[in-house]
Ligand binder design. Sequence first.
Ligand SMILES: Cc1ncc(COP(=O)(O)O)c(C=O)c1O
Length: 374
Amino acid sequence: MLPYGRQSIGDEEIDAVAAVLRGDWLTTGPAVRAFEAELSTVAGGAHCVSVTSGTAALHTAYAAAGIGPGDEVVTSPLTFVATASTAALLGATVVFADVEPDTALLDPAAAKAALTDRTRVVAAVDYAGHPADHDALRSVADSAGALLLDDAAHSIGAAYRGAPIGAIADLTTFSFFPTKNLTTAEGGAVATRDAELARRAARFRNIGLVREADEFRITDQGGWHQEVHEFGLNYRLPDVLCAIGSVQLRRLPEFLSRRAELADRYRRLLSDVDGLVLPAQRDDVTPAWHLFPVRVLGGRRREIYDGMRAGGIGVQVNYVPVYWHPVFADAGYRRGLCPNAEAYYAQQLSLPMYPGLTDADQDRVVDRLRALLT
Ligand SMILES: Cc1ncc(COP(=O)(O)O)c(C=O)c1O
């Protein structure tokens, strides 16, 4: 089966892991600091706090923002469940605002309409690797005195109006899962230009431990002492995985340019196929196509999904509207809440997209899709 996404791992990554395994630090060592510093250059100089997954990054970012019961987070339903569930885990109420019908990105007007005096975070999602309308969402967040968070699980390396993803929102979260634009096997990071948010994020991913003597509230202990002021978790990304990440970061430009090439090629090869809508792209962004999301018209998405998979092509659907998940339905969220997201979901199909996809593989995808649709 041709997968819809796949990692690209070479000898360099393998050698880097072996070197860490032979060294003194399997975790909390120099490879973590090096990876975070290198990540910062991709994220426009933001402080970067590595964590164990994109989900952990979201949890950490919301915790750093200090959200809890009584607070509201406005976000898109057209995303992976973790964008919302991690806020809910902290006790916040998730308010879903609809997406733009063509890009499936959080619609600033819908986000604005969803604001209340309890809104603490507006969480955008750079769906498929296409940056959301961050300037418009910044105005929305500012008007409520809320923080702007960017779930950039899909968009590391992308740019919005010339600014790199990671340097735009108050808090940006990355995922380094194998299908993503770069991988550490499992992994993620929080990027922020705000030193205080970075300090809170770093503390949350390290159990909440305070090690700075000038902050101690217990002052009569010895040199061993550390203490906790706010609860945290162990979300530390080990050196073994950060070593993979450092190599992958160096290869990111090569990965992104192949993804862009494949996206252009899909557009060229599929432009004349009836019953298919290709992904919209705004003029002011440089996307990092993590997914290539097409829309299948005529109520045929399920048939085409099954037909592609029967032909050995591992297409995917991203995503079921988050509030359809029974955990949200049980809490009273109803279908019909965000009609654009539901209409998009009903047609959406992700075609294979990863740097190792060859032109011949892609031709196979296109031929099968064309045959099924005509
Ligand atoms: C938009 C989005 N947010 C968050 C995540 C969570 O990332 P991870 O799988 O690394 O926990 C993912 C990954 O699937 C994602 O696609």
